[in-house]
Ligand binder design. Structure first.
Ligand SMILES: Cc1ncc(COP(=O)(O)O)c(C=O)c1O
Length: 390
């Protein structure tokens, strides 16, 4: 008889982190996990030394440093066009991951339903189960990962409480348009739903696309929980600093959970994160440019090798269609990682699998292009060599 809680049986250990272990085991290039191999800006790393010199070693107030919350509020106003009061509408968390967990735990009663766009970033579903809620999957269109309105409407029922939206979207790289988000806002308003929006890649967008925060749309402020963080924009995934913003009543609930889960985000890292606000616009331009170059390299390279690829417009991932290689995603990912190959994530990790022999994700593997251009070029050469052995 197991001592473990039943809810753990609804989800598995993270496949992404498992692929990272395999990458280490086989000495493969790791394009599975979304970890940049770029150094953070010096201003931020110097902030750590300064934090130590300032003796910043004890807990901060549970919601996070006041000055950091004020900076976040200014960023929301200028970049996202949303006005949050730093006093009671913003909380600094242990990464966006904890913000997602605290938000979902603060909303769901047992068996409440939360809509999750499929494919999804792998944290959402386990957290919904940990909250004793029920994730309901809303498949994005097969053609271009856009929102399928009919499908969406059909998934709403009496128990639907919330929807989680991720834009720019991991794993597809889609950035949802104003029309799509307006549709979502109508749906939320008509059905009294809360939107949880994960905008962790808000600064990583390509070509001429713009990032739109759902909370900035009509009537959405009161019913949106907006999440972001420093991990991706500043290449500091290990620092564990993110944040969540929402109108006061929703925030009161989130803060209750956050306090008992973590007390506060790491104090030294909160101090150092303040330095991000000294960076100028050119930092954000060069961030986009470097990932856009990586995107172009990997999209063109994979297409030449026979993968089907939709060009990502944001974030630093793509789902590559592997149908032409005669393997499913698990077989292909395994084949590619071995003997100093390349680690990817099997597509089924982002799709519903229960009760299905092959999931809708079986024809994809996910590549991350958060690595230096030379690493991506090297990975493409390894893939080319490997494919000659099929
Ligand atoms: C969509 C999405 N949200 C959240 C996270 C986690 O962010 P953090 O490092 O701030 O916890 C990731 C990390 O890959 C992600 O892809």
């Amino acid at each position: 008889m197991t001592h473990l809680a039943d809810r753990l049986s609804y989800f598995q250990e993270s496949v992404i982190r498992e692929m990272t272990r395999k990458a280490n085991e086989y000495n493969a290039i790791n394009l599975s996990q979304g970890m940049p191999d770029y150094s953070p800006p010096e201003e931020l790393t110097e902030g750590i030394t300064e934090a130590i010199n300032h003796n910043e070693h004890q807990y901060t107030v549970t919601y996070g440093r006041n000055d950091l919350r004020e900076k976040i509020a200014s960023k929301y106003e200028s970049y996202n066009k949303i006005q949050y009061n730093p006093e009671d509408e913003i909380t600094i968390t242990c990464g966006a991951s904890e913000a997602i967990a605290s938000s979902i735990l603060s909303l769901l009663n047992p068996l409440d339903e939360i809509l999750v766009l499929e494919p999804w970033y792998e944290n959402y579903v386990p957290i919904a189960y940990i909250a004793d809620g029920k994730p309901i999957f809303v498949k994005l269109s097969e053609k271009d990962f856009s929102i399928d309105e009919e499908n969406f409407k059909n998934k709403i029922g009496d128990k639907t409480k919330a929807v989680i939206i991720n834009t720019p979207h991991n794993p597809s790289g889609r950035v949802f348009s104003k029309e799509e988000l307006s549709f979502l806002s109508d749906i939320c308003n008509d059905n009294n739903l809360i939107a949880i929006t994960d905008e962790i890649y808000e600064h990583i967008i390509y070509d001429d696309v713009v990032h739109i925060s759902p909370a900035s749309l009509n009537n959405m402020f009161e019913r949106t929980i907006t999440i972001s963080g420093y991990s991706k924009t500043f290449s500091i995934t290990g620092w564990r600093v993110g944040y969540v913003a929402a109108e006061k009543e929703l925030m009161t609930g989130i803060r209750k959970v956050h306090d008992y889960l973590t007390i506060c985000a790491p104090t030294i890292m909160q101090f150092a994160a303040l330095k991000a606000y000294n960076l100028q616009q050119d930092y954000f331009e060069s961030l986009k440019n470097r990932y856009q170059k990586n995107r172009d390299e990997i999209v063109n390279g994979l297409r030449k090798l026979g993968f089907g690829v939709m060009e990502p417009k944001g974030a630093y991932y793509l789902l590559a269609d592997i149908s032409s290689f005669g393997m499913n995603d698990l077989e292909f990912a395994d084949f590619l990682v071995k003997d100093e190959g390349v680690a990817t994530v099997p597509g089924s990790s982002f799709y519903e699998t229960t009760g299905r022999k092959e999931s809708d994700g079986s024809k994809y593997v996910r590549f991350s292009f958060s690595h230096k251009l030379e690493t991506i070029k090297d990975a493409l050469l390894r893939i080319e060599k490997r494919l000659t052995n099929i």
